[in-house]
Design a protein around this ligand. Structure first.
Ligand SMILES: C=CC1=C(C)c2cc3[nH]c(cc4nc(cc5[nH]c(cc1n2)c(C)c5CCC(=O)O)C(CCC(=O)O)=C4C)c(C)c3C=C
Ligand SMILES: [Fe+2]
Ligand SMILES: [Fe+2]
Length: 387
């Protein structure tokens, strides 16, 4: 019987307060998270943004006990999934591969090789595909296969997205229904899907299917649940000054408050485990916003964790994948034709993509020059007495 390594992809989270800075640096150094015109600027900018954000992020992690529970929860999911697969007579071993913190993807791949697995099934723990989540991990795996012939030789199967999987939808409806039943008026409570946001340009310029998948996912869950409650979908966790997918969660909460909604059942829809964005952002920040908006009862649906129906869904996904042919990871990471590539290859005269990119590059260089001058205390602006 073939020995199957099931590689579970997730984002990772800082386990201790002192991990927050290096974790944020790893995240912002990823070009799938911050898409820059000049790749050389990625690391300096990652350093700058992570340094500026660390204190604020640390406060948020302190408020949930000093670190992210994501590793512990993902390890539990891996363990329970492994025993479910073995009960189904599949000789599977599960491995956790985090993108920005321990256990890193590189070390999970090293373990798969050391354990002499015959085949690999890659299963992202994100139901919907985004270039910033599953896409980033697939790209990393693609690079690791390019650099390592032994890993490249292993037949590999991968699940791109699985938000339509019937048992996943069933698990979501079980949890939502149980929470709705705790409401004072279960038939009238408003179901509020809060999805993790991404910058709008990911969808409109880079062709990220994420928004479409999230919208379909929310609709499918409501259809599966067969209850008549009204629902809203909004996007949380915006970072930085650019426009992200709308409506923003805080605006939608205010809108519902104004419309007279009194009971809300909040559903985290992009995550399958509790983490900072459920425990801090939804449970603390958005609960407060909702109260200000006049919403009297704010109930939150727990993340799936090791819910048995959900673990069955994951096992079904592995089984279905094993029945298919091995894949080339590039199938998942190729971006559509309309993608604006960064950096643009060819210079064209006039006001066009190319000039936009060069304007961006020059602005970025100017910004870095000023930053260096502020930090060092020397430079042309000081000489002119302007700084
Ligand atoms: C700046 C851009 C970011 C994009 C784009 C983004 C997309 C995205 N993220 C998740 C899931 C998670 N994000 C987590 C942490 C996290 N994400 C960002 C930024 C972006 N995410 C930051 C700065 C952080 C750190 C926390 C903070 O400072 O706010 C995590 C880990 C949470 C934990 O418990 O540690 C997850 C999981 C999804 C699903 C997604 C796009 C679809
Ligand atoms: Fe995130
Ligand atoms: Fe966040």
């Amino acid at each position: 019987m073939a020995r199957i390594g099931v590689l579970l992809l997730n984002l990772g989270g800082p386990e201790r307060i002192q991990d927050v800075g290096p974790f944020l640096y790893n995240l912002f150094a990823d070009p799938e998270i911050i898409r820059l015109p000049l790749p050389q600027l990625q690391k300096p900018l990652a350093w700058l943004i992570s340094s500026l954000r660390t204190r604020r992020s640390q406060e948020a992690y302190r408020s949930i006990g000093g670190g992210s529970p994501l590793r512990r929860i993902t390890d539990q999911q891996a363990k329970v999934l492994q025993s479910e697969l073995r009960q189904r007579r599949i000789d599977a071993t599960t491995y956790v591969a985090m993108r920005y913190w321990h256990p890193f993807t590189e070390s999970a791949v090293a373990d798969i090789k050391a354990d002499e697995m015959d085949e690999v099934v890659v299963l992202p723990l994100y139901p919907q595909f985004s270039i910033s989540t599953s896409g980033s991990s697939f790209r990393l795996l693609e690079r690791l296969r390019q650099d390592d012939p032994a890993f490249a030789r292993l037949p590999l199967r991968a699940v791109g997205s699985w938000y339509e999987q019937p048992r996943y939808l069933q698990a979501m409806t079980e949890l939502i229904s149980a929470t709705l039943d705790q409401a004072n008026a279960p038939d009238k409570a408003h179901v509020f899907f809060s999805a993790h946001g991404v910058p709008k340009s990911y969808v409109e310029e880079a062709g990220d299917p994420y928004q479409e998948q999230i919208e379909r996912c929310a609709r499918l869950i409501m259809d599966t649940m067969q209850r008549d409650n009204a629902y809203t979908l909004a996007y949380q966790s915006r970072v930085g000054p650019v426009e992200w997918l709308q409506p923003y969660t805080e605006d939608a909460l205010h809108g519902l408050g104004e419309a007279g909604v009194k009971e809300l059942v909040v559903v985290p829809i992009s995550f399958v485990g509790e983490h900072i964005e459920t425990l801090e952002e939804i449970d603390i920040e958005y609960r407060h916003v909702a109260a200000e908006a006049g919403i009297e009862n704010f109930l939150r649906v727990p993340a799936l964790g090791t819910h048995p129906t959900f673990i069955h869904a994951l096992a079904d996904l592995v089984e279905t994948s094993l029945a298919e042919e091995p894949v080339d990871l590039a199938t998942f990471t190729q971006l559509p034709q309309k993608t604006k590539l960064y950096p643009q290859e060819k210079w064209q005269w006039g006001w066009n993509n190319s000039s936009e990119v060069w304007n961006g590059r020059l602005a970025m260089l100017g910004f870095l020059a000023i930053l260096l001058e502020v930090l060092s205390g020397h430079g042309p602006l000081h000489a002119l007495g302007l700084l």
